[in-house]
Ligand binder design. Sequence first.
Ligand code: PHE
Length: 356
Amino acid sequence: MSHNLRDVKIYFFMALDFEIIKKEALEAIEKAGDLAYLEETFKKYLGKKGKIAEAFESFGDLALEEKKELGIKINQIKKELENIYFQKERELKDILIKQKVGQGSADILLPGIKPEIGHLHPITKVKREAEEIFKSMGFEIAQGPEVETEWYNFDALNIPDWHPARDMWDTFWLRQSELKMKNEKIKTEGKLLLRTHTSPVQIRYMEKHQPPIKIIAPGRVFRYEATDASHEMQFYQIEGLMVAENISVANFKAIIQAFFQKFFDDKNIKIRLRPSYFPFTEPSFEIDVSKPDGTWMELAGAGMVHPSVLKAGKIDANKYTGFAFGMGLDRLAMIKYKINDIRLFYQNDLRFLNQF
Ligand code: PHE
């Protein structure tokens, strides 16, 4: 590319101009005795309407080659000036702080303001504790969706829609009309709902795994119920399932007793099984846990997995047996922390939560 003499000349003059501006700016920064003056200086030279920007605009009609060169030069100068500016700013700020401390206007012995650090919700704590105890006994953690199908929440658990036991679980059904169009699965798995218990995870896990199975499934469940001190529309359960050859009620009793002894940190805790009814277990029990005062508290439902449920989970009911249990995590937390109203867990009142 040939250089046009006019442009080369302009280039040199302008380069010289920038050197002069730079020198001026350096002196001004150096001279600055306070932050306000420094700021002014910055604006005057480096600001949007400062001398550098102004000079930059004046070489609009310069040939490309020279324009490029000048651009590079200006950026270098800008960087240099900025570095010096920031250095000076730090110096002036340091002086200011030293002055303030010297005058005693800052009490350097005053304790700092601690940032607030969050912590775990009591339900999360109890959930993790329970998980740790079961893990130490060889259980794995399984999960399932909170939006379930009728099949997993009910039918596969031996609760067909004509079964009176369905009334045990007041259900939030999801609006079906639009969903039906979109979801092919609904034809085979039934309507969608918010799971009313964690038991559907039993089926989902069995479908994908053959025995030996040893899982727990903690998670949130929903019931279409009026709330009061011991009922919420949403709460947490922890499900357990163990399936293998020759599993008996004795295995279950030993495991659940060990769990409660560890959870309440009390070796004297006893377990009592009372006959009960669930469609997905046979026989079924309620599990009572002894209290120090000799009374009992009901803490879980359980039983031997019903053969129809094993079948729904694609497991050979002639070869394998198992037990399942389900308990309320909120209940456990209420007992552990002596809380008498389940609704407190879901109100997000910091005066309550900060106590944990
Ligand atoms: N799913 C039952 C409930 O929510 C509890 C349960 C789980 C009972 C497993 C037996 C076996 O009430």
